[in-house]
Design a protein around this ligand. Structure first.
Ligand code: SF4
Length: 689
C-alpha cells in the first residue's frame, strides 16, 4: 500500500522570530521536516533549535497520563479523577481563603487562545493573579514603552532591519538568540549599514560590529544618557520630529545636561570617544534601528533603561518609518501574544488596565459575568506570587512554566512552592517544578494542537494541529474548559474549537478585530496587529502618522540614573551576569531533553576572562563553585577574551543557575535583576557542603 504523505506548515515552538517549518506527515505520523522556502518570515531558514523541534513530539519522557502525588510517589489517575480533584481543591481554597488565595501562571509556549482562556478562568474566579514569563523578560518594555508611545511592542518587523543604515544593539545577542533573523542584519551590513553593539560580552553579534561598546552590566542607562547628552550638545536631534510628534523634550534635555561622555565613561567602562562615536553614528544615519533585549530589560533599572532607549529613538526621529524603529525583541515564541491576551496581573486583554472601571465593565459585559466580579486592584506578579506562597497564596496552577529554574534566588522559590496547599502543573515533561506538584497534567505540544501565535513582529500566525498528542495528553485550552465546567463555570466557556475562542478574542481585543481564523489560514505570512477590521491588511510599521497615546504625541521621559543594588566587594569580587545560550531555550525543559542540542551543550558553563582565570588558578574545563550571597552552583570553566575582566557569565537554562541571582525587582515592572549579582569563584577540590 502506498503511504500518503502531506506537508503541513507550522510555527517553530522556540523563539519569537516565529519561523515556519513544514512537517512531513505520513500516515498520521511526522516523518520529518522540510524548509518553508516561501515563508515571508524565515525564507526556509531554521536554526539548530528549529531543526531539533521534532524531537519533542516523540520524546520518550513525555507525560502521557495525569499524575497525582501519593505517599508512595506518583500515581497515574484518570482525567476525570484528576480534574475533579483540581476542582475540589480550588473550591475548598476559595471557600476558606477567597479568590485572592488563587494564582495562575500562563505560558508563552501556549497559543493566544490558551492564554486568553487561562486568564479568563482566573479572572472569573475573582483574581487578577495571573501572570507569565513576560514578567521575567519584557515587563519593563510594557511599563516603559506603553505610556511613551501607546503600545509596548516592536514598532517594525524584523525584516525591516535589512533596510537600516545604522543598527544599534543594546543588551541583545541577536546573532545567537534570534539567529534566523540575523540574516536581515547581515544584509544591512552588506549594503553598508553601520553596526553598533553595547554588551558586556563580545558576542557573535559584536563580531560584525563597526563599533563595540564593552559596557559594564547594569550601566546601559548611563551609556544612553551619555549618548543623549552628545546628541543635544552637538545639535544632532531631529528638531522637527521632536516639535511635531513629542512632548517633554526640555525635561529630558535638562536631565542629561550633566551626563557627558566622561561621566558615562566612568560608570560604563566604555571610552568617552566611543560614546560620542556611537551617538553620532546612530543620530546621523538616515534610517536607524535600535534593538534591545534582556540586557536592557532584566534589571531593577529595566523600565528606566527602556525609556532611555525610546528617548534616543524619538529625539533622533527614528520611529515610524520603514528601516528605522525600536525593537524590543521578544524571547519565547508567543510571549507577545500572551501579553496581548491579558496574561498579566495588571492588564486585561488588549492592555486595558485592571484599575480602569470602564475596562472592567466592558469585559464583564463581554463575558456575561455579573457586574463587579472583576476586582478593582491588580493581582500578584510571578515574583510576588512566590513571595506570597503559603502566606496569602494557597493554590498555584502553572501551565508550561518552570519557576524552579527561571525565578531569581530559586532556592527561595523552592521553599515557597513547598508551602502551597495545592500546586498543579500542566506541562510536556516532569519538570523541576512539576516534581514539587500535587497534581501534574500532561499537555499537548505545539504541533499537537491548533491555534494562533504572535511573533515579535506582532505577526499573528495560525499553527494547525498536525498529529495527535501522545497517550492521554491534551491541549491546555481543553484542560481549562473542562476544569471551568467542573467549577460550575461552563456557561462562560462554551467553545468547541480554538477558532471559537479567537472569535471572542476579536470582540475583546481591538487590535485583533480583523484577525479571523479564515484569514489566518489563508494569508501565508499571518497578519501584524493592529488589524481592527475584517478587510484591514494589518500594520507592519507602527506610528507612521501618530502615536497611540490619547493626543497622538509621544512622551519623552527625563533620565534618572541610579546604580544596581549589589556591586562586587571584597568577599564577592566578581559581577555575575546571566543570559541565553544559542542551543538551549528558557528553562531548558525541552532543549535539555533534546539529544542533538544537549550533546553540544551538556553542562552549565561559566565564562570568565583569562586574567580572572589566572588569578583564580583555573584552567579550561575545571569545575568551579560560583558562590553568591544566595547559594553556590557548580559549573565548568570556559575561558574567553570575549568577556570583560571582573565579569562572569552563566547561561540560565540549567537548574540552579538562578540560585545565584537576586530577587530584587524593578519597582514599576516587577521584573527581577538577573543581570548583575556579586559572586566569588572557588575551585572545586572536594564537595562543597
Ligand atoms: Fe525557531 Fe527562533 Fe530558530 Fe527560528 S530562529 S528556528 S523561531 S528558534
Amino acid at each position: 500500500m502506498r503511504a500518503s504523505t502531506t506537508n503541513i506548515r507550522t510555527v517553530c515552538p522556540y523563539c519569537a522570530v516565529g519561523c515556519h517549518l513544514d512537517l512531513v506527515v505520513e500516515n498520521g505520523r511526522v516523518r520529518g521536516l522540510e524548509y518553508a522556502w516561501n515563508s515571508p518570515v524565515n525564507a526556509g531558514r531554521l536554526c539548530a533549535r528549529g531543526h531539533a523541534a521534532l524531537a519533542i513530539l516523540t520524546h520518550p519522557e513525555r507525560l502521557t497520563q495525569p499524575l497525582q502525588r501519593s505517599h508512595a510517589g506518583w500515581r497515574a489517575v484518570s482525567w476525570n479523577d484528576a480534574l475533579n480533584t483540581a476542582a475540589k481543591k480550588i473550591q475548598r481554597i476559595l471557600s476558606f481563603h477567597g479568590p485572592q488565595a488563587l494564582a495562575f501562571l500562563t505560558t508563552a509556549k501556549g497559543t493566544n487562545e490558551e492564554n486568553y482562556l487561562i486568564q479568563k478562568l482566573a479572572r472569573i474566579l475573582g483574581t487578577h493573579s495571573v501572570d507569565h514569563c513576560a514578567r521575567l523578560c519584557h515587563a519593563s518594555t510594557l511599563t516603559g514603552l506603553g505610556p511613551m508611545l501607546g503600545m509596548g511592542a516592536s514598532t517594525n518587523p524584523l525584516s525591516d532591519l535589512a533596510q537600516a543604515d545604522c543598527l544599534f544593539f543594546v543588551g541583545s545577542n541577536f546573532a545567537e538568540n534570534h539567529p534566523v533573523a540575523f540574516q536581515w542584519v547581515q544584509e544591512a551590513k552588506d549594503a553598508g549599514a553601520k553596526i553598533v553593539v553595547a554588551d558586556p560580552r563580545r558576542t557573535p553579534t559584536a563580531w560584525i560590529a563597526d563599533l563595540y561598546l564593552p559596557v559594564r552590566p547594569g550601566t546601559d542607562l548611563a551609556l544612553l544618557a551619555g549618548m543623549l547628552h552628545v546628541i543635544f550638545r552637538q545639535g544632532l536631534q531631529n528638531t522637527s520630529f521632536i516639535g511635531q510628534r513629542t512632548t517633554g523634550v526640555e525635561a529630558l534635555r535638562t536631565s542629561v545636561a550633566r551626563t557627558d561622555p566622561s561621566w558615562a565613561a566612568q560608570i560604563t567602562g566604555v571610552a568617552a570617544r566611543d560614546i560620542v562615536r556611537a551617538a553620532r553614528l546612530y543620530a546621523t544615519a538616515p534610517k536607524a534601528a535600535l534593538i534591545y533585549c534582556m540586557g536592557v530589560t532584566q534589571h531593577v533599572l529595566g523600565t528606566a533603561t527602556v525609556r532611555a532607549c525610546a528617548d534616543l529613538a524619538l529625539v533622533t526621529g527614528h520611529v515610524g518609518t520603514k528601516g528605522s524603529g525600536l525593537y524590543p525583541v521578544r524571547g519565547q515564541d508567543n510571549v507577545q501574544g500572551a501579553c496581548d491576551m491579558g496574561a498579566l496581573s495588571g492588564l486585561l486583554p488588549g492592555y486595558r488596565p485592571v484599575t480602569d472601571a470602564q475596562a472592567r465593565s466592558f469585559l464583564e459585559k463581554a463575558w456575561g459575568i455579573p457586574s463587579g466580579t472583576l476586582p478593582e486592584t491588580p493581582g500578584l506578579t510571578v515574583t510576588d506570587m512566590e513571595q506570597a506562597a503559603g502566606k496569602t497564596i494557597h493554590c498555584l496552577i502553572a501551565f508550561g512554566e518552570n519557576p524552579l529554574v527561571t525565578s531569581p534566588d530559586s532556592g527561595k522559590t523552592r521553599e515557597a512552592l513547598e508551602q502551597l496547599d495545592f500546586l498543579m502543573v500542566v506541562d510536556l515533561f516532569l519538570t523541576e517544578t512539576a516534581e514539587l506538584a500535587h497534581l501534574v497534567l500532561p499537555a499537548a505540544a505545539w504541533a499537537e494542537k491548533s491555534g494562533s501565535r504572535t511573533n515579535t513582529d506582532r505577526r499573528v500566525q495560525w499553527s494547525p494541529q498536525v498529529v495527535p498528542p501522545p497517550g492521554e495528553a491534551r491541549p491546555d485550552g481543553d484542560i481549562v474548559v473542562d476544569l471551568a465546567r467542573r467549577l460550575g463555570l461552563g456557561r462562560y466557556f462554551p467553545y468547541q474549537r480554538p477558532q471559537d475562542v479567537l472569535e471572542e478574542i476579536r470582540r475583546v481585543v481591538p487590535a485583533y478585530g480583523g484577525i479571523t481564523p479564515e484569514r489566518l489560514r489563508t494569508i501565508p505570512g499571518g497578519i501584524p496587529w493592529p488589524c481592527p477590521e475584517d478587510n484591514h491588511p494589518g500594520t507592519p510599521v507602527l506610528y507612521e502618522n501618530r502615536f497611540a497615546t490619547e493626543d497622538g504625541l509621544a512622551r519623552l521621559y527625563p533620565i534618572e540614573f541610579s546604580t544596581v543594588p549589589e556591586l562586587p566587594d571584597t568577599d564577592f569580587p566578581y559581577c555575575l551576569t546571566t543570559g541565553r545560550g544559542k542551543l538551549h531555550y528558557n528553562s531548558g525543559a525541552m532543549t535539555r531533553r533534546t539529544p542533538s542540542l544537549v550533546a553540544r551543550a551538556p553542562h552549565l558553563l561559566v565564562e570568565l576572562h583569562p586574567t580572572d582565570a589566572e588569578r583564580e588558578g583555573l584552567k579550561p574545563e575545571d569545575s568551579v563553585w560560583i558562590v553568591s550571597r544566595r547559594g553556590a552552583v557548580k559549573a565548568r570553566v570556559h575561558i574567553s577574551e570575549a568577556i570583560r575582566p571582573g565579569i562572569v557569565f552563566v547561561p540560565f537554562h540549567f537548574p540552579d543557575a538562578n540560585r545565584l541571582t537576586q530577587d530584587v525587582v524593578d519597582p514599576e515592572a516587577r521584573i527581577p535583576e538577573y543581570k548583575s549579582a556579586a559572586c566569588r569563584l572557588e575551585k572545586v577540590t572536594e564537595a562543597r557542603p
